[in-house]
Design a protein. Structure first.
Length: 322
């Protein structure tokens, strides 16, 4: 239950009436409870990265009705540590080109100009978020467009919200040792012998860069392993089975905002989706990592993370002091 579920029910009853079909009311409440995934996810990202003072949705039920001809209220208002208030329009598109109709963009910009606030665009493309100034949209034949490669070059998510890219050091990982206690079943197959054992975990260990054993890792540093696609290897002996989950040499980079998705999906059942509306209403978006930036810095010191990259935009925005 989120802290405003009663408000959802009130909204639905106001829209449908108290005499509406209970099934219809329940379905409408469920639909509202799913929220607006792109907007809620972006709010969660900004809340978790650590440099957001305030971010909230803007009510877009504007009046009078004729105001729609001149103004379009953006999705969000945000205040970051290094900026004053900014307006953000949120989009989630799978095409590599993001496009705005001229009249729609003009109404957004008019609203921003009246309030004297920068207008930014948050765009999610195949799981990667970018945040850039609307002025980088360029007129094509009809619409105003931007390619994803241009959006990533002008990305402000790092300097505003605190996003970074990082890499887990090769050889760093988690090691579990299972003690064989009782042979439950054994079966000969064409591929060899299949055995079923009753076992218990008798050792949990960690390694830092190069596979160096270490017992001095912070809890939030070990949590970073759940954000990475670790390679699995098993070592068998007469008495034990050891499962090793370690980072490889050829692994790529991970954005901080993408790590959040991994952390939230970790405890979910297969097929279960993240409820972003609930995530942003909890006291902490992720319960087992309260300060991502601090955890990364400690992981760098403890040789679990090899590199941290702080991206700067190609064109520095005027509203952000250097």
């Amino acid at each position: 239950m989120a802290d405003d579920d009663d408000r959802l029910i009130q909204e639905v009853l106001a829209e449908l009436g108290r005499d509406a079909d209970p099934i219809q009311i329940a379905e409408q409440v469920r639909r509202l409870d799913r929220g607006l995934p792109a907007e809620d996810e972006f709010i969660a990202v900004c809340s978790w990265l650590g440099k957001t003072r305030l971010i909230h949705k803007l009510d877009q039920h504007q009046a009078p009705n004729q105001s729609h001809a001149s103004y379009q209220v953006p999705d969000l208002l945000a205040i970051y540590e290094g900026s004053g208030p900014v307006l953000i329009e949120v989009k989630s598109k799978k095409a590599s080109t993001l496009s705005f109709r001229p009249d729609y963009l003009a109404r957004l910009q008019t609203y921003a100009d009246v309030l004297k606030m920068p207008l930014l665009i948050a765009w999610k493309y195949h799981g990667i978020w970018t945040l850039f100034e609307a002025r980088h949209l360029a007129k094509a034949k009809k619409n105003f467009n931007i390619q994803f490669d241009a959006a990533i070059k002008e990305n402000l998510l790092g300097i505003l919200a605190g996003d970074v890219a990082y890499k887990i050091a090769p050889g760093a990982g988690v090691h579990l040792r299972f003690k064989k206690e009782k042979l439950v079943a054994s079966e000969e197959t064409e591929d060899g012998l299949n055995e079923q054992w009753q076992m218990r975990v008798d050792k949990v260990g960690f390694t830092s860069a190069g596979g160096t054993p270490t017992d001095a890792l912070d809890n939030e540093v070990t949590t970073l392993f759940t954000t990475w696609d670790l390679s699995e290897r098993q070592v068998h002996s007469d008495s034990h089975i050891e499962m090793q989950f370690v980072a490889g040499e050829g692994d790529g980079m991970m954005f901080g905002h993408m790590a959040l998705v991994h952390l939230l999906k970790w405890p979910l059942r297969d097929g279960e989706q993240i409820n972003w509306r609930h995530a942003i209403r909890r006291e902490s978006v992720v319960s087992n990592m309260t300060n991502f930036t601090q955890a990364l810095q400690r992981a760098l010191e403890q040789k679990v993370v090899r590199i941290i990259i702080n991206q700067q935009p190609l064109s520095w925005p005027e509203f952000v002091p250097r």
